[in-house]
Design a protein around this ligand. Structure first.
Ligand SMILES: [Zn+2]
Length: 165
């Protein structure tokens, strides 16, 4: 059905008119699997979703340059922040160092990281699993890149050392 009209209205009338700078305006509608606000792209006849932060940037600053993505200066993008004053276009690299600063880097290793959906045992199994990374990812309901990082020992670097103790 495309985008619900109330989400569109909220975007136009609340988000784009929001002038507050301190507090995050939270997007009350759909989010992606990482918690980022998203909305159906009504300008495009194809049925797809765009990130609200990116849409705000597009409105404020024009389309993204190649290699740019939207950045939340507040570090709360994963908490559905939809605050015009908090978003800007930036390079992937800047985003990554932001994430480190804000402690929201998606893949620091270990079970203590709340964002990890897999257990150490599963990471161990994934590390040993045979087959395409895409298929392994689907099996565990995680991102293909996460499988890649486990395989390359970038995530869970300790698991291959004799497995669980
Ligand atoms: Zn924010």
């Amino acid at each position: 059905m495309g985008t619900p009209r109330w989400a569109r209205r909220f975007f136009e009338e609340v988000v784009m008119r929001h002038t507050g700078k301190r507090e995050c305006l939270r997007w009350p509608y759909a989010t992606n699997h990482k918690g980022y606000a998203q909305i159906g792209d009504w300008a495009n006849s194809k049925r797809r979703s765009v990130l609200v932060g990116a849409l705000i940037c597009e409105r404020l600053y024009g389309p993204a340059q190649p290699g740019h993505e939207h950045r939340h200066s507040c570090g709360k993008g994963h908490l559905a922040c939809a605050t015009p004053a908090h978003v800007s276009w930036s390079t992937h690299k800047t985003n990554m160092s932001d994430m480190k600063k804000h402690g929201t880097q998606p893949d620091t290793c270990g079970e203590s990281n709340g964002r990890h959906k897999i257990t150490e045992r599963q990471a161990n199994t994934i590390f040993k699993a045979k087959g395409l990374q895409r298929e392994i990812a689907a099996r565990y309901g995680i991102d293909r890149s996460q499988v890649g990082r486990i395989k390359q020992r970038k995530s869970w670097p300790h698991i291959h050392k004799g497995g669980r103790q």
